[in-house]
Design a protein around this ligand. Structure first.
Ligand code: NAD
Length: 281
């Protein structure tokens, strides 16, 4: 098979959680630009409608679903709506994520008194695990349920599931709230088990592990705080934090048959951050 033909996802369908902003929105755009039909699922339904309207005005097939990934019933309903619209689901991004805040460090490099373990707000911990880890379980669970029926429903066997992990699954990134690191490490290991179990059904499961991307996460501090952004540019071995368009080719690789022999991979896209910061914070 020719190389570029393996990237062809035209006529397939994809569901993206957390698709209204940042990295998830880049995934939605990637799928739409490559000719797939997309469900943009997000807890922020206004943002979801706004971005879907914009993409529809550009001629793309994008629908929305209101969905809190911490709630299994809402995730199941988002997939059921997708199947009603498109017959099955070829591609699912378990992407929605949230920083509970109160990191050990503030964005400008000061010790945060509320970020220390002995005073850390347990409600932030519970919600972070519910969204960042349990939300991925819910999404992979429902994607697997639907994808196991794909051959009968749409004549294509299996599918591709892509989880958004983080470099924080590998290294301690103390700028985000403390539950974020164990949640993302859990995403990495759950993804590996899901890949092992679902391989027999033709369902591949991989994870994208971004380093620092300029998005709205953590209140959008990388967008709003130029001094913090410059400090982070200087920490990354390639010399800059990333823009979301830079994740699109990797998303297409993992979503398409171009990655047909990849499953259980935790793919870093971090400008070399896992190699260690260029200088300490
Ligand atoms: P973002 O805040 O720009 O986008 C997150 C999206 O998820 C938003 O649209 C938000 O409404 C949605 N969301 C939040 N909680 C949700 C929930 N419970 N249910 C459904 N949707 C929900 O942030 P982002 O940086 O694009 O984050 C996307 C993913 O990338 C997350 O999993 C995040 O942990 C991961 N990530 C981001 C970075 C980074 O530097 N930006 C680095 C590593 C990993």
């Amino acid at each position: 098979m020719k190389t570029l033909d393996q990237f062809d996802i035209a006529g397939r369908s994809a569901l993206v959680t957390g698709g209204a902003s940042g990295i998830g929105l880049a995934y939605v755009e990637t799928m739409a630009e490559a000719g797939a039909s997309v469900t943009l699922a997000d807890i922020d339904i206004e943002g979801a409608e706004r971005e879907a309207d914009r993409l529809r005005s550009e001629g793309y097939d994008v629908r929305t679903a209101a969905c809190d990934v911490a709630d299994l019933a809402q995730v199941a309903a988002a997939f059921d709506g997708h199947v009603d619209a498109y017959g099955g689901c070829d591609i699912a991004f378990a992407n929605a994520g949230w920083d509970a805040g109160n990191g050990f460090w503030t964005p400008d490099g000061k010790r945060n008194p509320e970020g220390q373990i002995d005073v850390y707000d347990p409600q932030r911990w519970y919600r972070s695990i519910a969204v960042n880890l349990t939300g991925v379980f819910h999404t992979v669970r429902e994607a697997a349920r639907v994808m196991k029926r794909n051959e009968e429903a749409i004549g294509r066997r299996g599918g591709s599931i892509i989880c958004t992990s983080s470099n924080a699954a590998e290294v301690n990134e103390a700028i985000v709230g403390v539950p974020y690191m164990p949640a993302k490490a859990g995403v990495k290991h759950f993804m590996r088990h899901a890949a092992y179990e679902l391989a027999a059904y033709g369902i591949r499961v991989n994870a994208i592990a971004p380093g620092p991307f300029v998005t709205n996460i953590g209140g959008g501090w990388l967008k709003k705080n130029p001094a913090a952004r410059q400090a982070w540019d200087e920490l990354v071995p390639v010399g800059r934090v990333a823009e979301t368009y830079q994740i699109k080719p990797l998303a297409l690789l993992l979503a398409s048959d171009a990655s047909s022999y990849m499953t259980g991979s935790h793919v870093m896209i971090d400008g070399g951050m896992q190699l260690g910061p260029v200088k300490p914070l």
